[in-house]
Design a protein around this ligand. Sequence first.
Ligand code: G3H
Ligand code: 13P
Ligand code: ZN
Length: 329
Amino acid sequence: MPLTPMKQILDEARKKGYGVGAYNVNNMEQIQAIMAAAQKTQSPVIIQASRGALKYSNFTYLKHLMIAAAEENPTIPLSMHLDHGNSLDTVKKSIALGFTSVMIDGSLKEDGKTASDYAYNVAVTRSVVEYAHGYGVTVEGEIGTLGGIEDGVGSGSIHITDPKEAKKFVDDTGLDALAIAIGTSHGAYKFKGAVNLALDVLKEVRALIDIPLVLHGASSVPKELIDAVNKYGGKMPGATGVPMSSLKEAIKLGVSKINVDTDGRLAVTAAIRKVFAESPEKFDPRDYLGPARDTLTELIAKKMEDFGTAGHASDYKPTTLEEAKRFYK
Ligand code: G3H
Ligand code: 13P
Ligand code: ZN
């Protein structure tokens, strides 16, 4: 089955009220783990790559790994999504590689660090919508700003989405899915004190707009993974994430796409550290990348159950870019 435009995966999720995880990848083991989890739980799935991931994998490697993932899992609806694209140029490169969905993050300027103004966000998002829809490719945009600590994906300060502005943004751009800022942030240190999500804002946005909503910075930073990382020589004091109960609430209130990168990184790191600490004589990469892949599979399969994605792989026949192209025309 060829890769599917993300719009269909999200529209179907919205219809039935479940969430679909969008999991970040950089290499083969991560892709294999996500696909194994999707097979195990019979879930549709979104795999996403950041600009950093594209660079790390030298673009072409990722393209062929995704083709392999689709080929090996013909019954799983699978979308390949560009995460935090920052320019029409990056979007064009991703579509040329075969991505079936792109995010244009116009909430920040092209440097990825400077907050943008509304007019800039609309202009860059519209240019991407016009281009991507010509190929049948789904477009996600963002209004409001997440906090963040990773290079190029956060300005460090959070600006909660204004629901009325969100509505205007959707009307002004014609995009397919909207990421909103309700108090989450990227990385493993999300909250200093109590977890505080602006679920009232989510409710208001949901009432005003009629396309799928996206939650970035949605890793839960599970305590058992942080404990394992720290136990085997890591140093991550005070790491916190979004509790699964809050994510379930957000899904109930209308979030369809849930972005997860940090938890995957933690699972891989915990497993590798364990092998290194317990078996220092080992030096075959398969001896630590294998357990890392297994731990990641388990983590993601559990998320697929929790988000309600499990069991929905065969609900619908995945569409193609060609069909989506006709739809946009
Ligand atoms: O939201 C962004 C992801 O966590 C990607 O991070 O740019 O370090 O690959 P990255
Ligand atoms: P986390 O850092 O919470 O995993 O968020 C990832 C993300 O939003 C990718 O776009
Ligand atoms: Zn993000």
